[in-house]
Ligand binder design. Structure first.
Ligand code: PNS
Length: 158
């Protein structure tokens, strides 16, 4: 039986840190479904279709990775995909509180679904989509922070 994990996020935009988490996850499971959340509460810079398109381009040559958009509960997406786990990345201790709350709530909603954390590579611990958006908007170079396929989507690059 194939092991599937769901990797959810806003991906506004997808960063090298996110890619690193997916590559680490692929060592643990057979397939990863990247769930791009609508997340209107965060007022994303990119609309859902564009965020999904960016993720799909990044993993276009990775047959074990699929990307889907979702607007409902993460646990429902996981169930629909037949996933046994939720994959999340941890950068620093400051991520823990939020991740702990989310993992605990998701376990309450779906007790058989395990949240698995992987630690991002050291040189990506400071990378966040928020900083990438801010730096790009202000004309800074973010080429080392996002996958090459994402760069054309960002303002003031190249
Ligand atoms: O990249 P982010 O913004 O940290 O990801 C947050 C995300 C998408 C994982 C979270 O907002 C989420 O799971 N949204 C889907 C709705 C849901 O299931 N909410 C209950 C979470 S306990």
């Amino acid at each position: 039986m194939k092991r599937i994990a769901v990797y959810p996020g806003t991906f506004d935009p997808i960063s090298q840190g996110h890619v690193d988490v997916v590559l680490r996850g692929l060592r643990l499971v057979d397939r990863i479904v990247i769930g791009v959340a609508e997340n209107t509460a965060k007022a994303p810079m990119f609309d859902l279709a564009t965020r999904l398109e960016m993720v799909r381009r990044v993993f276009a040559d990775q047959p074990r990775v699929e990307a889907v958009a979702f607007t409902g509960l993460l646990v429902e997406l996981a169930q629909d995909c037949g996933a046994c786990a939720i994959l999340r990345g941890l950068r620093a201790a400051s991520d823990f509180e939020y991740e702990f709350q989310m993992a605990t709530m998701n376990r309450r909603l779906s007790p058989e679904l395990e949240t698995v954390f992987v630690m991002a590579r050291e040189d990506y611990t400071f990378v966040s989509s928020r900083f990438i958006r801010e730096i790009a908007r202000m004309g800074g170079d973010v080429s080392s922070l996002v996958p090459p396929a994402v760069l054309p989507f960002l303002p003031n690059q190249g």
